[in-house]
Design a protein around this ligand. Structure first.
Ligand SMILES: *Cc1c(COP(=O)(O)O)cnc(C)c1O
Length: 482
């Protein structure tokens, strides 16, 4: 694809699009142009981000966006949906083929929405509720106060067992700041304090006591593999539905790096994902499920979602077509090789990693050994041109705001072409910055948890080395905006 013909075609496409936008609101065109410049200049280790292809990006900017298509293929609330039907069925077909799923629902606008669709699907499949049945055939806006009150009475306090936030779980797995924490009576499972690894026996014990309706597996910050065969065994034992949220690692499943017990699709009754993280598609979500849940999942719109985003479904179809190519397998394997190399590079320099390494696309670095909070480490690295995000570690003494960890992920830099030797250089840069950073002194005379001190000469030198690394691997090499 990296031919000069592609290069000029893609450049022309984006240049022309920006010219058209500039004619109406030049500041938007400038911001879009600035965004690619910023992304090209940043060493991005955000584990949840990636770079979608030009084809994926372009599939989103067109007339499909103008169409309303509430409902599902063959059962739309609007006329004239044949082209939406085409892209939606292509996306679903690719998704079923890649993941070996019997059903795929590609409408969710985001990962959060995919989870809401899945929760409602499980509730409507498992809980006898006339109010819920009525709600599902009507538009949400048509539900009265009484309808909602009855819905709440009938659904009662259904139980969910999800991975705790500080062990790497996600807000949407039943935690208070998210609606899932209000829909369900939630209890969480965590990791073994000694090893940092998931403790399946403790989980089994909690499940037996708590008897949840649904067990949610999946994470945003756990650096190891999850054995979904064991998770299903536990769910079956207590009569729970197993739902897996593979938002972070769907690309590793698509690329066949996670197989057997570690592939969630054959084990879970329902699987949700984002499409923009390791899967490298447009921002969006998706639900895969067993045939028994399909009709419930398909009521996602209008139960939870408004009209689907046909332009984004088109981009999902393109991204999933890309993920079916053999080179996607190599990409997924390189993500993991790079994460392992980054982990080893850090450990060799004395850093402490949660669980002592990684088996997937992310590394959780405990920065307390550098006598810093996650917030200080994140800011010092950003000063030095290295973009990461702070993250709580299990039993974090600094809580979820300051934290004691930094999460590092390799999907984006792997797309860019960086390999294991560059990961070692990056480990060195991170180690230099964190060694040379100190907490500032707060007004009280104690070390601050928020502010840090780092010699500007050090951050400038690291930023130069980071820029040199990036210069060798241009981002979007086929796009020249002139
Ligand atoms: C990122 C993520 C989500 C949310 O995805 P959005 O598209 O941001 O709504 C849900 N679950 C997990 C596990 C995630 O990592």
């Amino acid at each position: 694809m990296n031919t000069s013909a592609t290069k000029s075609t893609e450049s022309t496409a984006f240049r022309s699009a920006l010219d058209v936008i500039r004619g109406v609101e030049p500041r938007v065109a400038d911001a879009i142009g600035q965004e690619i410049a910023d992304q090209r200049a940043s060493l991005k280790l955000i584990a949840s981000e990636n770079y979608a292809s030009a084809a994926v990006l372009l599939a989103m900017g067109n007339w499909l966006s103008d169409k309303y298509a509430e409902g599902t293929i063959g059962r739309r609330f609007y006329a004239g949906c044949r082209n939406v039907d085409t892209v939606e069925s292509l996306a679903a077909e690719h998704a079923r083929a890649i993941f070996g799923a019997s059903h795929a629902y590609v409408q969710p606008h985001s990962g959060i929405d995919a989870n809401l669709v899945a929760f409602w699907a499980v509730l409507s499949q498992r809980v006898e509720s006339p109010a819920l049945q009525r709600a599902q055939v009507r538009h949400v806006n048509d539900l009265s106060e009484q309808d909602w009150a009855q819905l709440r009475r009938e659904l009662g306090d259904q139980r969910m067992l999800g991975m705790s936030l500080d062990a790497g779980g996600h807000l949407t797995h039943g935690f208070r700041p998210n609606i899932s924490g209000k829909m369900f009576d939630q209890r969480s499972y965590g990791t073994d304090p000694a090893t940092g690894l998931l403790d399946y026996e403790a989980l089994r014990k909690t499940a037996r006591e708590f008897r949840p309706l649904v067990i949610v597996a999946g994470y945003s910050a756990y650096p190891r593999l999850v054995n979904f065969r064991i998770m299903r065994e536990i769910a079956d034992e207590v009569g729970a539905t197993l739902m897996v949220d593979m938002a972070h690692f769907a690309g590793l499943v698509a690329g066949k790096v996670l197989t057997g017990d570690f592939d969630p699709v054959p084990h879970a009754q329902i699987v949700t994902t984002t499409t923009h993280k390791s899967l490298r598609g447009p921002r969006g979500g998706m639900v895969l499920c067993d045939p028994e849940l399909a009709e419930h999942v398909d009521r996602g719109c209008p139960m939870v979602l408004g009209g689907p985003l046909p332009h984004v479904m088109a981009a999902k179809a393109v991204a999933l077509a890309e993920a079916r190519q053999p080179d996607f397998h190599a990409y997924a394997q390189r993500i993991v090789d790079n994460a392992k190399a980054l982990a080893e590079g850090l450990m060799r320099r004395g850093a402490r990693l949660v669980t002592g390494g990684t088996d997937n696309h992310l590394v959780l670095l405990d920065v307390s050994g550098y006598e810093l909070t996650g917030r200080q480490a994140e800011a010092a690295l950003l000063d030095s041109g290295v973009v990461t995000n702070r993250n709580a570690i299990p039993q974090d003494p600094n809580g979820a705001w300051y934290t004691s960890g930094i999460r590092l992920g390799t999907p984006a830099l792997t797309t860019r072409g960086l390999g294991v030797s560059e990961m070692d250089e990056i480990a060195e840069l991170i180690d230099i910055v964190l060694r040379r950073t100190e907490p500032a002194t707060a007004a009280s005379g104690k070390p601050s948890k928020a502010q840090h001190v780092l010699d500007e000469a050090v951050s400038a030198q690291v930023a130069r080395r980071a820029a040199d690394l990036l210069a060798a691997y241009p981002l979007y090499p086929t796009v020249d905006l002139g």
